[in-house]
Design a protein around this ligand. Sequence first.
Ligand code: AHR
Length: 365
Amino acid sequence: MKKRFLSMLMASAMCLSLAACGGGANNDGGGSAASGSGTGGGDELITVGFSQVGAESDWRTANTESMKSTFSEENGYKLIFDDAQQKQENQITAIRNFIQQDVDYIMLAPVTETGWDTVLQEAYDAGIPVIIVDRMVDVSDEELYTSWIGTDALLEGRKAAEWLNAYATAKGWDASEINIAHIQGTMGSTAQIGRTQGLEEGIEKYGWNLLSQQCGEFTQAKGQEVMESMLKQYDNINVVYCENDNEAFGAIDAIEAAGKKVGTDIKNGEILVISFDTTNAGLTDVLEGKIVCNVECNPLHGPRAEELIKAMEAGEEVEKLTYVDEEIFAYDDTVKSVTATNSLDKEGEYAVTKLTQEILDGRAY
Ligand code: AHR
């Protein structure tokens, strides 16, 4: 931001000294990143480097799309997008490239929480503001990033656990009858840490049985593989807690291939699948009763990140942390709402919406 204002000042000084300033010059701020479509002066594109985790899930695809459509040239941005293929070392390399290209802003969707101090210090020393999106970073000095925007994964996990308790209670199932298979997301990611903690607190509080806990890496293929191995090991699984929709798709395939049924009633031998994300395909499974409860993780961060950049461009202070409001959808209306505590220790009541085709049709992702 500081660098950008400086380069704008320098540009106007150059215009003055030349007495005339023709359009069409590239304004790539001393780097090489900006394309030639900026017209100079006030029309200069804002250069943003975005290091994306990868393309592991439907959620991620929606998130990438939101960022790309927001940070377009028509909107005044030159976006340098990098897909890290779920590898932190690729993200670190991408950030170093952004610094070298002297971008105006860096956006980072970090694969895991730890391991960012060195590279974020480099961005800080270069005077480039860093916006963290989606997952969080765990750094020794919070000054190393300017702002974070994303999901409250712990609250999501707690919502799911409270939903399971309320549903089981309404059905008259004893806690000792609940046998859970837990498919975790990428280990060390905010989404995994929070959703795992939410479930583990529920297990501690209500006394359900946790049969198995394995990592499904947030992908359909791994979710299926892990579920297959769990089904071979245990014949009494009746709840599968998947940490995202793609893991749930894989788990459902594995359950059905094993001749078992997903559904809503453990007394009928059905297996309840709980998931996160509420992507279009995930909610389609909710409508069909294959996923009984799906807790939203909203991926549409593009416009939110742009708001932050606009505020910074206007010289305004921005919030350090912004949590996005999210919903809960279920196959039926057995549970109307749940009470859960968020990451800021604030208790709230959250409505559970019985999904309909109309609601699904009206959703943006
Ligand atoms: O960090 C958000 C999580 O990452 C989403 O739940 C998942 O689908 C994605 O891969």
